[in-house]
Design a protein around this ligand. Structure first.
Ligand code: PLP
Length: 447
């Protein structure tokens, strides 16, 4: 495809390397330029409007064009555009946000550590876990278990936690300290005759077998998303968390809940931790924390994690970790205002109210010939598509369906052949119908 010289598209091809893109395809086809957004909609450079069915990257909870967030950023920019939180320095916005997060935490938490992305929060969690093991005089306790098809980010450590081939292949990952246990996706992973409950018990057994095989004294922590997102929206099978958590407790293994997608209402509860009765020792948060208006993430740790770290840093004199942008005042001010909006507009109650419509319309997609499975909870879901010819190359059909959705004016995201839906939390019932009407038309155009 040729683009006008000096157009945004042509200059994008000339100058940008994109995440999660085939660089040669980008050179051939070029990008879609998103120009502006309002509510659940975005508009491209040609003035075509789309329903942003992914809330950007699972993240713009309060929708686009929220003036209160713009004003909060402007106010803080003028007062103090930047300061850091290294070495006994602090500022109001980071303190206010830390206090707010501790008060909202779904299980008792002691401290908040700020980072700039979900990847950094998980990477930091690993470093804290290792630091803690050393502080406790247990240097052999360094291995971390996560799950096949989990998504935890892309830094060297968090990409290792991620259980997806694209994040490992060609990067020489995962690092040897990270091990993966069974993905909880019932349809693809269950054995003949195994119902959901039996499958969930086997997942817990597989986890215990891995712990015993490696030696329980070497396993420091287990990382998991309450509901898997980027691995294909995988909702845990019935009884899964009730079976898995006792295994962690039995071997005194720390549990890190990656709430980067689930946090702040996505599942119909404020946190996935509450939705599934989890008892994590650490929680990572990002995305809906600031509705992604600015990058910010947070790691919450309980006292069991904090106390040995505090003892060690006192002993050696300094806790040698931190990012220039940790707790950035403008990002923190925006996050605080965003959390205020989520609470004042009762967006979690709203998700509870509209999610039955969302889930019903999602499930109805399975009446379409290519849809072999739908799965979801709250305002997150996926429809898995299959075609005997196109599915010979994994992801080829997903790309085609994605393009058909775009033609209809709907932005989804194909995770191979699973089409994801994760709209802003402010979406109304009427707009949910509009979104799935477009999805149905898109599917029919490909079938
Ligand atoms: N954890 C989860 C559950 C995610 O979905 C993501 C991103 O999609 C991350 C971590 C990584 O976050 P980031 O892209 O901000 O590094």
């Amino acid at each position: 495809m040729t683009h006008r010289p000096n157009s945004v598209e042509a200059r994008d091809i000339a100058f940008q390397l994109h995440s999660y893109a085939d660089a040669r395809r980008h050179e051939d086809v070029g990008p879609m330029v998103v120009e502006k957004g309002e509510g659940i909609y975005v508009e491209d450079l040609n003035g075509k409007r789309y329903i942003e069915g992914m809330a950007g990257l699972w993240s713009v909870a309060v929708g686009f064009g929220e003036k209160r967030l713009v004003d909060a950023a402007a106010r803080q920019m003028e007062k103090l555009p930047y300061y850091h939180t290294f070495s006994y320095r602090t500022h109001g916005p980071s303190v206010d946000l830390a206090e707010k997060l501790i008060s909202m935490a779904p299980v008792p938490m002691s401290k908040v550590y700020f980072t700039n992305s979900g990847s950094e929060a998980n990477d930091t969690a690993i470093k804290l876990i290792w630091y803690r093991s050393n502080a406790l005089g247990l240097p052999q306790r360094k291995k971390i278990i996560s799950r096949a098809r989990g998504y935890h980010g892309v830094t060297i450590a968090s990409a290792s936690l991620t259980g997806l081939p694209n994040n490992h292949r060609s990067f020489d990952l995962p690092i040897p300290q990270v091990l993966h246990t069974t993905s909880p996706h019932y349809r693809t992973m269950h054995r003949d005759g195994e119902d959901e409950a039996a499958f969930a018990r086997r997942c817990a057994q597989d986890l215990e077998d891995l712990i015993l095989q490696e030696g329980p004294e070497t396993i420091a922590a287990f990382f998991a998303e309450p509901v898997m997102g980027a691995g294909g929206v995988i909702v845990p099978p019935e009884g899964y968390w009730d079976a898995v958590q006792p295994v962690l407790r039995k071997y005194d293994i720390l549990f890190v809940a990656d709430e980067v997608i689930c946090g702040f209402g996505r599942t119909g509860e404020m946190f996935g931790t509450t939705k599934y009765g989890l008892q994590p020792d650490m929680i990572t948060l990002s995305k809906a924390l600031s509705s992604s208006y600015l990058p910010i993430s947070a790691l919450l740790i309980n006292d069991k994690v904090y106390q040995p770290i505090a003892d060690e840093s006192h002993h050696i004199g300094v806790f040698g970790h931190g990012f220039t942008g940790s707790g950035h005042p403008v990002a923190a001010a925006v996050a605080l205002e965003n959390l205020k909006i989520i609470e004042e507009r009762e967006l979690v109650a709203h998700v509870k109210e509209v999610s039955p419509v969302f889930q019903t319309r999602l499930a109805q997609l399975s009446e379409r010939p290519m849809v072999i499975e739908t799965r979801g909870v709250g305002l997150i879901g996926a429809a898995e598509v299959y075609h005997p010819e196109l599915s010979k190359t994994p992801g080829a059909l997903g790309l085609k369906v994605n393009a058909a959705f775009l033609d209809q004016g709907l932005i989804s995201r194909n995770m191979l052949d699973a089409m994801a839906f994760c709209p802003p939390l402010i979406i109304t019932e009427r707009q949910i119908h509009d979104m799935f009407d477009l999805a149905e038309r898109g599917l029919d155009a490909v079938a």
